[in-house]
Design a protein around this ligand. Structure first.
Ligand SMILES: Cc1ncc(COP(=O)(O)O)c(C=O)c1O
Length: 397
């Protein structure tokens, strides 16, 4: 047989499954179990059995369904191990708990997903862990100047939630490691197909599988992929906290991920078409899509990312009140008003109230509007959005 490294799309189809083990089932079925019987006393009493590869010691430590998705994500991200959590946010909080202790300082990108910020400001603060926000466009020099004796970790999210700043991940991880920091990154936007955090120096790569991995807006899931240094501490923390993704959800993720490399290029292509059209509209001040040459960090995106997904935002040229935004969004035919993204359908989220920021300004002058471009015909989406922009009140323009 010719030596050949299969491409990610082939691995998405052939990885994370084993028909011979599962009665010929092409996709691993959802194993539903709490109790897992050990074959004998020796096995039952083996120390640390729950950490063995392919272990099924108890439902809370994962089933064969979990093991298959873990293996596939570990392979796609080039990590050592993956743990599966019940939501993207629980993946974020578990990873942070694995790294941080009382008295530590966390450097957090200011454009982080809102509930991550909320967790830092409530639970971490209560535990005596300080969060210091840094600009999403932080340079390595600025990062070095921020590191103090208690600084333990840097959390990146690229592009940033709602405002889509792209971060220079390889430069930042290099500086972070020079100062002994651990780097975590929320990689949900790009998925493991379009950005490889660990290859760019990140230690713990986080994925809200709820979005593109599941891909059909019908299940919640989170994943953390760890490098060699963090694989064991991460799994220990996950077991200590008692959180694990449901096997049904894990099965849905295994089912969804098979088509990731078909869906993502369509989201990417259609989102660029819609974004370019929005740039021609007088109601729009700026379009924030990393794949557009007009994006301030387009060059970093083009250097580091293999593609773009369907999520981006635009800034309205004029301030709008609630009534103005309602006029635009309420009668849209194809864009649903929904907080999530990554499913097959298009969504719109007007940033109202604006997401919280501590050290960096949101682009203006008008409100941000976030779009998820689904798998519909982009011409239909453009017609729908055009009618919505036409409905913006004249006084607000
Ligand atoms: C960038 C990002 N990270 C994490 C999450 C959290 O995922 P979940 O809703 O599965 O907890 C979201 C959800 O919208 C998100 O947009």
């Amino acid at each position: 047989m010719v030596e050949h490294t299969p491409s990610p799309s082939t691995r998405l189809v052939h990885g994370g499954r084993d028909p011979e083990r599962y009665a010929g089932a092409v996709n691993p079925p959802p194993f539903r179990m709490s109790t897992a019987l050990a074959p004998d006393f020796e096995t039952f009493t083996r120390p640390n059995r729950k950490f063995e590869p392919d272990a099924t010691a108890y439902g809370r430590f994962g089933t064969p369904t979990h093991r298959e998705l873990e293996k596939l994500l570990t392979e796609l991200e080039g990590g050592t191990d993956t743990v599966l959590l019940p939501s993207g946010l629980s993946a974020i909080t578990t990873a942070l708990f694995a790294v941080l202790e009382s008295g530590d300082e966390l450097l957090m990108t200011d454009s982080v997903y809102g509930p991550t910020r909320y967790f830092c400001e409530t639970v971490l603060a209560r535990m005596g862990i300080t969060t210091t926000y840094v600009a999403p466009t932080l340079t390595p020099e600025e990062l070095a100047a921020k590191v103090g004796p208690a600084t333990k970790a840097l959390f990146l999210e690229s592009p940033g939630s709602m405002s889509f700043e792209v971060q220079d991940v390889p430069a930042l991880t290099g500086t972070a490691h020079d100062h002994g920091l651990t780097v975590l990154m929320d990689n949900t936007w790009a998925t493991p197909l379009y950005f490889k955090p660990l290859a760019h120096g990140v230690d713990l790569s986080i994925q809200a599988g709820t979005k593109y991995i599941v891909g059909h807006a019908d299940a919640m899931l989170g994943a953390v992929v760890a490098n060699n240094a963090w694989a064991r501490p991460l799994r220990e923390r996950m077991y200590q906290m008692g959180n694990i993704a449901g096997s049904e959800e894990t099965y849905l993720a295994l089912r969804g991920i098979r088509t990731l490399d078909i869906r993502l290029p369509k989201h990417w292509e259609s989102s660029v078409l819609v974004a370019k059209w929005l740039e021609t509209r007088p109601e729009v001040a700026q379009v924030l899509h990393p794949a557009l040459p007009s994006h301030p960090q387009h060059a970093i995106w083009a250097r580091d990312f293999a593609g773009a997904s369907g999520l981006f935002a635009f800034v309205l040229a004029e301030p709008q009140d609630k009534a103005g935004l309602a006029a635009m969004v309420d009668d849209l035919a194809y864009f649903g008003l929904g907080s999530s993204w990554g499913g097959f359908e298009s969504l719109i989220v007007p940033g109202y109230p604006a997401p919280g920021r501590s050290v960096s300004a949101l682009p203006g002058p008008g409100p941000l509007v976030r779009l998820h471009i689904g798998l519909e015909d982009p011409d239909d989406l453009i017609a729908d959005l055009g009618a919505g922009l036409d409905r913006l009140p004249a006084s607000g323009r």
